[in-house]
Ligand binder design. Structure first.
Ligand SMILES: [Zn+2]
Length: 228
């Protein structure tokens, strides 16, 4: 080891390996697996890895910079694709039957080898909680599906006033009872009634009396799970 490569360091996060050693290891991974880019988790799964990927990331600033230093492509698939990100999030939500936690989403993305991480969701959508709320708004007809994919542009809620007016008419028509199980909010305070689109808005269902029905929260959850 040459003098200029040695640094006195008591920070445990700092890698004991030189950048040159790390680069050689990344090059080796790419060569052995015949790939021009790879993720942190893939590298970590390699039995011959030099150091934990997080250590490498810290050393180079970002994982992409480390890959570039090793002559690899920094990002898989190039441009971000919000549509695919929304699809992955919905699939994960469906699988867990409730809004996924960060950890559940992370595992899901990893398992299905998606090229983006939860951090990408924060960057593109301002976090998964925000994305979840917007998906519910689409489900309820307050936002258009396309609005999900250009998240920085917040659309005026065109349908909202119409929807709120029709909503009350639907509840009245259905006698403030779930049309599936008959649960009544008047009889049981824990019953939460929702106005549901029979044909979902994502499939061009409109916010009209004919396409709306009163469901309790539980029946509506069941419907969402079975819908796709
Ligand atoms: Zn019900």
């Amino acid at each position: 080891m040459s003098n200029d490569e040695f640094d006195f360091n008591i920070d445990r996060i700092r890698s004991p390996f030189s950048k040159a050693q790390i680069i050689a290891s990344l090059e080796k991974y790419a060569q052995l697996h015949n790939v021009d880019t790879f993720g942190m988790r893939e590298y970590d799964a390699w039995s011959r890895k030099l150091a934990h990927s997080e250590t490498i990331r810290v050393r180079f600033g970002t994982w992409g910079k480390a890959l570039q230093a090793a002559g690899c492509r920094a990002e898989r698939g190039g441009k971000l694709d919000p549509k695919t990100m929304v699809k992955a999030f919905r699939d994960c939500w469906r699988e867990h039957k409730s809004v996924p936690t960060l950890r559940q989403l992370e595992e899901f993305l990893d398992h299905h080898k998606y090229p983006f991480r939860i951090k990408t969701y924060a960057k593109v959508f301002g976090g998964i909680g925000r994305l979840a709320r917007r998906i519910v708004q689409v489900q309820e007809g307050e936002l258009q599906e396309a609005d999900l994919y250009c998240p920085r542009k917040i659309e005026p809620r065109r349908d909202r006033t119409v929807f709120l007016r029709v909503r009350m008419d639907v509840l009245k028509r259905d006698g403030f009872r779930c049309v599936k199980c008959g649960a009544s909010a008047a009889a049981d305070k824990s019953v939460r009634l929702e106005v549901d689109h029979i044909v979902p808005v994502v499939r061009d269902g409109r916010s009209t009396m004919e396409n709306l029905q009163t469901l309790c929260w539980l029946c509506n959850q069941g419907k969402i799970d079975n819908d796709n």
